[in-house]
Write a protein that binds this ligand. Structure first.
Ligand code: HEC
Ligand code: HEC
Length: 278
C-alpha cells in the first residue's frame, strides 16, 4: 500500500532544485510582535520533530504582506467585522456590542478552539452563529461567508502571538481520534492522504506551490488568488478536491473533527490570524 501512495505522490510532485524545506526568515509583525514560526512538535506527533508555520514556505513577496498590518489585505475585513460588531441585527434589537465591551475580551479564546462545549465539538463559527440565534434572534451566517469569516478573523486577531493550545484529551479525545484517522486516510483517485502531502513531502514543490505542513494557526487566511478570507473548512475542501475525491461539507461533523486534529498539530506555534497566502 505504501508503495502505491508514494508512486502517486511522486507523480504529483516536481521537486524544485534548492527547495527542500522552510526558509530561515523571521516573522516580526509591525516591528514589535515576534511570532513563533518554528518549534518542537507536540508530543502526540509521531512522524514530525519540528513544526513550521505556513508563512515560512511562502515567497518573500507574500511574506512581506504579513509583516505590517497596513500592508495586510485581510485587515480591511477585520475593520468590516468591527462595524458588524456594533451593528444591530435580529429580532432582539441587539448587536454584539450590546453585551460585549469589545472583541478584546475574547483574547486567548481562538488559541483553544475548537473545543468541546456542552458535549459538542464547537468551532468559532458555531459559537458566533449560536450567539446570533440565541442572544440576538438573528439569521445564521454562511460558514465561509464574508461576514462570518471577517468576524472569525476579528476574534482570532485578539489571540495573535499567543501559542496554539487546543485540548485533545478528556471529552475532546474521541473527536481528536476521528480527525486523526481522517488525516491519514487516502482520498480520491490519487489515493492521497493529508499526511502524504503535508507530513511526508512538505518543503517540496507541487505544481507552482511550495508545500507546507498544512498548519491552521493563521486562519482565516487571506488568499491573494481569491482576494478574500478563506475558512479552515474551505481549505480542507479544496485540498480533498485536489485528490479528485468527493469531499465533506463545510460545517460538517467530519470537518469539525479534522479541524481539531489539524489544530492540535499546530500546538505551540503562534496564532497568526489573519495570515496571507497565495
Ligand atoms: C444578549 C447578550 C449577548 C449578545 C447580543 C452577544 N453575546 Fe456573546 N456572550 C454573551 C454572554 C452572556 C457570554 C458569556 C456566557 C457564554 O459563554 O455563553 C457570551 C460569550 C461570548 C463568547 C465566548 C467568550 C468566552 O471566552 O467563552 C464569544 C466569542 C461571543 N460571546 C461573541 C459574540 C459575538 C461575535 C456576538 C455578536 C454576533 C455576540 N457575542 C453577541 C452575551 C451576548
Ligand atoms: C496533493 C497534495 C495535498 C493533499 C493530499 C492535501 N493538501 Fe493541503 N495543501 C496542498 C497545497 C499544494 C497547499 C498550498 C501550499 C501549502 O500551504 O502547503 C495546501 C495547503 C493547505 C493548508 C493551508 C496552510 C497554510 O499555511 O495556509 C491547509 C490547512 C491544508 N492544506 C490542509 C490539508 C488537509 C487537512 C488535508 C487532508 C484532508 C490536505 N491539506 C491534503 C496540497 C495538499
Amino acid at each position: 500500500m505504501k508503495k502505491v501512495a508514494i508512486a502517486a505522490t511522486a507523480a504529483f510532485l516536481v521537486s524544485g532544485p534548492a527547495l527542500a524545506g522552510p526558509d530561515e526568515d523571521n516573522l516580526i509583525i509591525n516591528d514589535e510582535q515576534q511570532m513563533v514560526t518554528e518549534t518542537a512538535a507536540p508530543a502526540h506527533l509521531e512522524n514530525v520533530k519540528t513544526i513550521y508555520s505556513g508563512w515560512r514556505f511562502r515567497t518573500d513577496e507574500t511574506q512581506a504582506l504579513q509583516l505590517d498590518d497596513f500592508d495586510n489585505p485581510a485587515m480591511i475585513f477585520v475593520d468590516q467585522a468591527m462595524d458588524l460588531f456594533n451593528t444591530v441585527d435580529g429580532s432582539e434589537g441587539k448587536s454584539c456590542a450590546s453585551c460585549h465591551e469589545g472583541p478584546e475580551q475574547f483574547a486567548g479564546l481562538s488559541a483553544t478552539m475548537p473545543k468541546v462545549m456542552n458535549g459538542k465539538l464547537t468551532t468559532m463559527e458555531d459559537f458566533i452563529n449560536g450567539h446570533r440565534a440565541e442572544a440576538m434572534g438573528a439569521e445564521p451566517w454562511k460558514w465561509s461567508g464574508a461576514d462570518m469569516q471577517a468576524m472569525v478573523a476579528l476574534i482570532g486577531l485578539q489571540s495573535r502571538g499567543m501559542p496554539m493550545n487546543v485540548a485533545i484529551d478528556g471529552e475532546a479525545a474521541p473527536y481528536w481520534e476521528q480527525g486523526k484517522e481522517m488525516y491519514y486516510t487516502r482520498y480520491g483517485q490519487l489515493e492521497l492522504s493529508c499526511a502524504n502531502c503535508h507530513e511526508d513531502n512538505y518543503g517540496m514543490m507541487i505544481r507552482a506551490d511550495h508545500l507546507s505542513q498544512g498548519q491552521i494557526n493563521g486562519f482565516p487566511t487571506y488568499r491573494l488568488k481569491q482576494a478574500k478570507l478563506i475558512s479552515r473548512h474551505n481549505r480542507f475542501r479544496g485540498c480533498i478536491r485536489d485528490t479528485r475525491a468527493h469531499t465533506f461539507a463545510e460545517g460538517s461533523d467530519e470537518f469539525r473533527a479534522l479541524e481539531l486534529y489539524v489544530a492540535s498539530r499546530s500546538n505551540g506555534l503562534s496564532v497568526e490570524t489573519p495570515a496571507v497566502r497565495q
